[in-house]
Write a protein that binds this ligand. Structure first.
Ligand code: ZN
Length: 168
C-alpha cells in the first residue's frame, strides 16, 4: 500500500472513530449492535495492520458505547472476536468483562451460538475466578469496563508512556 493511501486510510479510520463517539440521541438496540459490529471490525483491522493506536482507539469507542447503551456486542461479534484474535487480546478481555461483570451473565443461556466453544469455556472460568476470589476475601475489581482506567484495556509498550487522563 502506498504511504499516501495508507495515510488516507488512517485518516478515514480515525475520523470514523471520532464520528462514532458523537452519536447524538441514538439509543436503540439496533444502533448499538451496528456500532459494536463496526468497532469489532475496526479492532480486527488494527490487529491485521499491526496498528496499536488504532486498536486502542477502537477500545475507547467500545467503552463509550458500553457506557452509553449498557450493552455489549451481539454474539456474532463475540464469535468474530474469538475466531480472529489471539486468546490474550484486549478485545477479548473487554468483551469478557462486559459479559461477566456488566451484564452479570444474563443473555448467555438464550440465543447463544454453541459454535464458539472457547468463549463458552472461558466465560464460566472467569465467573468462577471472581466468585472464588470473593469467597477467599481477595478484593476483586468488579467495576464495569467503562469505570476502569482505559489503559486496563489498552496495549502500551512495556515501560513506555501510557495514556494521559484526557486521552480516553
Ligand atoms: Zn492507555
Amino acid at each position: 500500500m502506498a504511504p499516501a493511501v495508507f495515510d488516507d486510510y488512517l485518516h478515514w479510520v480515525y475520523r470514523g472513530v471520532t464520528v462514532v463517539r458523537d452519536r447524538g440521541d441514538r439509543s436503540d438496540d439496533n444502533f448499538s449492535n451496528h456500532m459494536w459490529a463496526y468497532l469489532v471490525a475496526l479492532w480486527i483491522a488494527g490487529d491485521q495492520l499491526g496498528d496499536t493506536a488504532l486498536r486502542n482507539a477502537a477500545i475507547n469507542s467500545m467503552r463509550a458505547t458500553e457506557k452509553d447503551f449498557g450493552r455489549g456486542p451481539y454474539y456474532d461479534e463475540v464469535n468474530k472476536a474469538w475466531e480472529r484474535t489471539p486468546p490474550l487480546s484486549t478485545l477479548r478481555r473487554l468483551i469478557m468483562d462486559i459479559y461477566v461483570i456488566l451484564l452479570n451473565n444474563k443473555y448467555l443461556h438464550t440465543q447463544w451460538d454453541s459454535s464458539n466453544q472457547e468463549f463458552l469455556k472461558e466465560h464460566p472460568q472467569r465467573t468462577f475466578e471472581i466468585t472464588r476470589a470473593t469467597i477467599k476475601g481477595v478484593k476483586v475489581d468488579v467495576s464495569s469496563p467503562h469505570q476502569r482506567s482505559a489503559c486496563h484495556y489498552h496495549e502500551h509498550k512495556e515501560g513506555g508512556p501510557a495514556c494521559g487522563p484526557t486521552d480516553a
